[in-house]
Design a protein around this ligand. Sequence first.
Ligand code: F6P
Length: 362
Amino acid sequence: MSKKRRLGVLTSGGDCAGLNAALRAVVHRAVLGHDWEVLGVKSGTLGLLGEAAQVRKLTPADFDGTLLRQSGTILGSTNSGNPFAFDMADGTVRDRSQEALDNLAALEVDALIGIGGDGSLSLLKRLADQGGISLICIPKTIDNDIGVTEVAVGYDTAVHVATEALDRLQPTAASHGRVIILEVMGRDAGHIALVSGIAGGADVILIPEIPYRLDIVARQLEAVHARGHNYALMVVAEAVPMPDGGAVTGGNAPGSANYGGVGHAIAARLSDMIAAEIRVTVLGHVQRGGIPTARDRLMASAFGVRAVDLVAEGTRDRMVAWRDRQVIDVPIADAISSYRNVDVQGPVVATARGLGISLGDA
Ligand code: F6P
């Protein structure tokens, strides 16, 4: 009997909703569609380091119907497992890429499917190029900042969670006649803030792509009040800088250089400018969890199936993407170099402006 082909798969970088749905799709297509074996590498690129790769065999039985509905990743993930510049316990930084490649070779996989954001894709491509590995990638990131795909796995759920937060904040804001600021994630892109702000009825949305002035924000909040609203909702993307300073870091991950805390910093300044009481909610990692939306599950499933089929066709060094209602594939290099933040001249910004939402600039 000939040996079955073997596929490796890993999830890398920050987790998000829909990763388990992507793993399920990869396993179903590989095992049921092509009669291959699938090995899941645990903890992203970290699972490739050490004496041997840490893996678990994945079969359709692992995806018994509940995992499709759960966020997180059964394989685990990391955003601190760079094999080219690994932070050792003794404080040194070491290139452990050959160790990762040797462990990967020992697994005897015919190809690797990497599910990650732009940072993970860069690392995986570099590894694959160095080791001659067939690599296919699936885009995931709540930030939705990979330019060559209209959507990445996890983004839709994050927007849904942020919108739902506004749905929950509106009644309490109205009951107390307060301004409530919701700080959302998204790294350097304002997609989550902009879309959830529109969907959740915000009066002010601040995104890193549009410079703002606090006096303009204060005027909008007063105008909302003058229109008869006793409350206001404001969404602030985590990377928005202070008007006279840089981005605020550490508020959401104390001691780290990650963004977090700008909502409170802006509230402190605004409270000197307007009469209303202000409260702040930092949504943080809540946006990465919850039940994946139907759209995220669909994207994850479509990407997973296509990724396996690309391997079957002998294709390598490509990332699956969504464009014009089609699953396409593009060179991984294009995906890495195609950062996309909010188009300030685009239809979503125009919609916000058309609704009378202030973006802090006019
Ligand atoms: O890139 C995804 C993301 O959730 C960003 O929106 C956020 O800034 C960052 O990751 C948080 O990273 P960590 O998991 O290290 O706190």
